[in-house]
Design a binder for this molecule. Structure first.
Ligand SMILES: C[S@@+](CC[C@H](N)C(=O)[O-])C[C@H]1O[C@@H](n2cnc3c(N)ncnc32)[C@H](O)[C@@H]1O
Length: 424
């Protein structure tokens, strides 16, 4: 065992569960490894709860240890877009892709400059109250998720937000999304769109009080919270770099136009999927249509058909044999064909490193060594395994449900995440 980055004995004890560490496995706590980024929620790194978001320190660690000036960074499953936000701090060009179009809004918001003054925001917040413009989402389930009492208020606020010019709009969209989610029947404390005992009570309480005043107060607080977070991010001195965002794209069907240097990503989880479903309330209010959202859901990994590919990993075949139930075997096969197919194809245009961050998931009670399968397969395409960093999850927000949607059984929580570094 090599405890190169181990910080103290207690940590060693905690990591005891990580057995069979080969010489290429190194324990680390990413969140403590980057002094210039003081917390995982610093700046605009956590202004919206996107499921399974990277902590910024993971990307910062890779950039500080593997990138050289002038390199271009690429994340093909970029989610919240953390990779881009961190790339700016260290001055690297970047490209981000994600199936979920919300990346566009999150990225424009998280990279906002302090172009408005607090007085401008106060005036706009007053104007919203008087807005006569209305916007109602094109969503057949709207009345299931929103009490009818709130709809006029919401539609006026959104009518106003949608009418704002680009340079002002992004100061409002995410604050309004967070407020809207609170004023719905859904439980905003979990990622999944879900009505809980808590959320029913929340709405009842709102309806009993002066909910209109509460709505505008919450919106104002969210707008100023964002504004402060923008100021905080600016303290990290983000550089002006070139970047490209492809939102609403299927990574399995998309090719890189030009070479990149470092691919860094966390692909979808083996069991915890449904990024589109968990953000659909937001997508509807942002103006996406029901058909468009349904079509996106159909492309999510691993619940979709994928092209057949040969898999060059002994462990893949060993573990596949152990899965007896056919639907779980199909899930397993689709998952690996999707992510390994994407990495081997995209890897042709990656010039230096591929850094892949995965959680060691389970199927039934069997832990699946996703990291080792990725390494074995990509070695066949000329990639050399440099090291795997093993990080313990402390506060990374996962899908809160402990029920594995594939099996309907209670799952044990993922305890560690592995960052695989492959070199060309
Ligand atoms: C683990 S999350 C990435 C989170 C990201 N690292 C962050 O910091 O937010 C995986 C992402 O893969 C995306 N995804 C799932 N299927 C996809 C597909 N077929 N094409 C592109 N992206 C996909 C999901 O929308 C999700 O954002």
């Amino acid at each position: 065992m090599q405890y190169k980055k181990l910080q103290n004995h207690q940590l060693a004890m905690e990591f005891d569960e990580v057995s069979n560490l080969s010489s290429k496995k190194v324990l680390i706590l990413f969140r403590n490894s980057i002094p210039e980024i003081p917390s995982t929620t610093y700046g605009t790194f956590a202004i919206y709860k996107y499921p399974a978001k990277f902590i910024p320190q993971v990307i910062a660690y890779v950039l500080k240890n593997y990138a050289k000036p002038g390199m271009k960074i690429f994340d093909p499953f970029a989610g919240y877009g953390t990779t881009g936000l961190v790339a700016r701090i260290y001055g690297y060009d970047y490209e981000l892709w994600d199936l979920n179009p919300i990346i566009e809004v999150i990225h424009k918001t998280t990279t906002l400059k302090k172009s408005l003054k607090t007085q401008d925001l106060i005036e706009l917040l007053e104007e919203i109250k008087k807005s006569q413009k209305e916007f109602i989402p094109n969503w057949s389930n709207l009345n299931y998720w929103f009490p009818k009492e709130f709809l006029l208020l919401l539609s006026k606020a959104w009518g106003f937000a949608h009418s704002l010019p680009e340079d002002t709009k992004y100061f409002f969209l995410i604050p309004l999304l967070n407020t809207t989610r609170y004023f719905s029947w859904s439980d905003e404390t979990v990622h999944k769109l879900y009505k809980s005992k808590y959320s029913r009570k929340k709405v009842e309480n709102l309806l009993e009080g002066n909910w209109e005043t509460r709505f505008y107060r919450m919106l104002r607080d969210e707008v100023f919270k964002l504004f402060n977070k923008i100021c905080e991010y600016e303290k990290l001195d983000p550089k002006s770099v070139n970047f490209k965002i492809k939102s609403g794209v299927d990574t399995l069907e998309t090719r890189l136009d030009e070479a990149v240097n470092i691919l860094i990503t966390s692909p979808p989880y083996l069991q915890a999927q449904e990024y589109i479903r968990s953000t659909k309330l937001e997508l509807f209010w942002l103006g996406y249509t029901e058909d468009y959202i349904k079509n996106l859901s159909k492309k999510e990994i691993p619940y979709r058909n994928v092209n057949e590919i040969e898999i060059y990993s002994k462990k893949y075949h060993e573990f596949r044999e152990k899965i007896k139930e056919s639907h779980l075997r199909t899930l397993f096969e689709r998952y690996f064909k999707a992510i390994l197919g994407a990495f081997s194809t995209l890897g042709e245009k990656v010039e230096n490193y591929m850094c892949i961050f995965v959680g060691p998931a389970k199927i039934r009670a069997t832990p699946i060594p996703i990291d080792d399968i990725v390494i074995e397969h990509l070695q066949k395409f000329g990639w050399k395994h440099e090291v795997t960093y093993i990080d313990k999850i402390l506060s990374r927000v996962m899908f809160e449900s402990n029920i594995n949607p594939a099996t309907g059984m209670k799952d044990s929580r993922i305890k560690t995440e592995h960052l695989v570094i492959l070199k060309k």
